[in-house]
Each structure stands twice: as structure tokens, then as C-alpha cells.
Design a protein around this ligand. Sequence first.
Ligand code: G
Ligand code: G
Ligand code: MN
Ligand code: NA
Length: 256
Amino acid sequence: VQLEQRLRQAVIRQEFCLHYQPIVNLDDQKITGVEALIRWQEPKLGIISPDKFIPIAEETGLIEPIGEWVLQQALTDLAHWHSLGFKISMAINVSGRQLLGHDKTSFTCLLKALLQKNNIEPQYLHIEITESMLMDDTEHCMTALESIRSLGLDIYIDDFGTGYSSLSYLKRFPIAVIKIDKSFVDNMLERESDAKLIKAIVMMGQSLELKLVAEGIETHAQWKMLQALGCDYGQGYLFSQPLPAQDLESFLHQQT
Ligand code: G
Ligand code: G
Ligand code: MN
Ligand code: NA
């Protein structure tokens, strides 16, 4: 309850900021896009991780104003980077209540309006959802995702492999990219079963003509193995931590 009150104030006082983690092409390490990751700078408690407050935001409905702020900020920053000539893409995490909302078309309308306002072509914006969201409210989820897809955005499945869902949804839903969860990458060099699992995910993704992103790459050896297995893109501390907007801009300048 304490944290909920503070979160309510945080929305009004705009205590949030976004960090951006580069997503690179595993063949040449070049940045292709970023994932926006929210941070809450609480005046007394310091920086609070989204793992702590997103669930509360979901329960209380505060996820709607917070999610709207995230989109606004991320697209403003993206438009700025595009204006500098860095044509990267932006992946945004979206939770169930945000996607389905109180009104089924509100999220799509917001996306459309913000893309127009910032003059960003839709193929540069990606929406990340988790597997479990597809299982919770399949019909509504399908409608929402179809309408996002029809705007021209790609949909990513985040934390892939950690849920309990059937694989058939990968074909049924309009999904373009699978993000292989960090937990598999962590142990892939020590545990053959994890390496085999990643190999199976990559092969399945390729046969469905999906692209693959590996998360949480921390070592050179993990990078090289994922590349050998046919994974297209990656993110992780090896390439870069999530960065404040200013630092991301420096990162972009250094790369070219
Ligand atoms: O950056 P960090 O590892 O602390 O992020 C933890 C989790 O919080 C991530 O798995 C991510 O899915 C979630 N998250 C980060 N930013 C957002 C956001 O803007 N909206 C939603 N719904 N979830 C987010
Ligand atoms: O949305 P998602 O749950 O995938 O968010 C990814 C989370 O993983 C973020 O909180 C981000 O800060 C974190 N992260 C990204 N790369 C690494 C990494 O290489 N190592 C570790 N430990 N965490 C990472
Ligand atoms: Mn994510
Ligand atoms: Na993830």
C-alpha cells in the first residue's frame, strides 16, 4: 500500500526515466535497435526496478498512464536519433492490461497517434509481449495484436521458453521475432541441455520465418556460440548495459 501511494505520486511528479539497451546484429556487432526499459527514480528510495513496480502498476491500473508516458518518451527520443541520421528501431515492453486496456482499440489508437505526431515510420517500432499474455485472453489478444500488426509494427515474444504455452500460437498470432530468454543463455556453455534447447528454438524460429534475438549475452563465448547456432540478433552486457538517452546517443556516435 505504501509503494502504491508513492507510485501514484510518481505518475503525477513524473519520476520515471527510460534506459535504452542496444540490440546488435550478431554477425557484425552493429546496433540495429534498442529496447526501452523503464526506471523509477524514487526521491527517498533511489532507483526502483520495474520488476518491483510494474506488477503494482498492473493491479492498480496505473500501468495505463505509465505506459502512455513510456511510449511518448521513447518515440520522442527515437525521433531525435532519427533526425541525427541513426535509423535504429525501438522495442517497447507492453503488459497485458495495457494491450487489452479498458477499451480494446485504445492502445492501437495511441500508437497510431504517437507515430504520426513524431513522424516515425511504423516499421521502426516493435512491441514486446510475453508468452503468458497470449494464453490469458486469447481472443482479445488476437484482436489487439492483429490491429497493431496492421499499423505496420512488428510484434516480439519476450522471455521465450519460460512460459507454459503451446507452440501453435507462434503460427496463429502475427509474431515476427522471438527473444530467447536470458536463463538459457546463462548456462548454455556449461549445460548441454540448454544449448540444445536454444538450438531447437532457433531451428523452429527459422522454419516459421521468424527472427531471433538472444538476451543476456555477457561473454564472448556465448556470443560466438549463439551466432554459430544461427541466432540473428543479441543484447546483453557484453555489448552494452541499458543506457540513459544521452549515453545511448554517445554510443551511436562511437559506432559510426
Ligand atoms: O531493466 P530490467 O531488467 O530491470 O527490467 C525488468 C523487467 O521489467 C523486464 O523484463 C521488462 O519486461 C519489464 N519492463 C521494463 N520496462 C518496462 C515498461 O516500460 N513496461 C512494461 N510493461 N514492462 C517493462
Ligand atoms: O524485458 P526483459 O525481461 O527481457 O528485460 C531484460 C532485462 O534483462 C532488463 O532488466 C535488463 O536490464 C536485463 N539485462 C539485459 N542484459 C543483461 C545481461 O547481459 N545480464 C544481466 N544480468 N541482465 C541483463
Ligand atoms: Mn523485454
Ligand atoms: Na526477457
